[in-house]
Design a protein around this ligand. Sequence first.
Ligand SMILES: [Zn+2]
Ligand SMILES: [Zn+2]
Length: 156
Amino acid sequence: MDATSGKQLSSDNIESRLRVVGLRVTGPRIRVFNLLKQIGGHHSADDLSLRLNAGKDGMSRASVFNVLNDLSSAGLIMLSDAGPGRAFYEASDTWHHHFVCRNCHEIFDVPCAIGRKPCLEADLPGPGFAVDEAQVIFRGLCPACNPEIAPGVVVA
Ligand SMILES: [Zn+2]
Ligand SMILES: [Zn+2]
């Protein structure tokens, strides 16, 4: 049996991108990246883990976490931390921020005016800090949940 004869998803792009950032091209990395690209939007590691295990060759939750970690440190996917238990990943190499609705928990992209990290100046207590990232989570009500925009809506 030739393991390389199996038809891969079109992965030329991701393969070269993995190499550019110095990551080895592995099946799991390609699978996770392609899944995120294909489904779009923002997903938790658990959600992605479930989807990856729905198929015939499952991946352990730990390897999904490891791959997500590798891909996000390499800047191929974006990790947003929206509070306790709400870390989500997406296939995006354009730095941006997020709006999270307090009511329906929907996540909206908020473009970054500068578009690269870190986009905010921090007033840090003294020298020696090296900031490399600043990500803003805006919170509030989305148009569908905002009673001023959508009268009659019941905010939980
Ligand atoms: Zn909402
Ligand atoms: Zn986003």
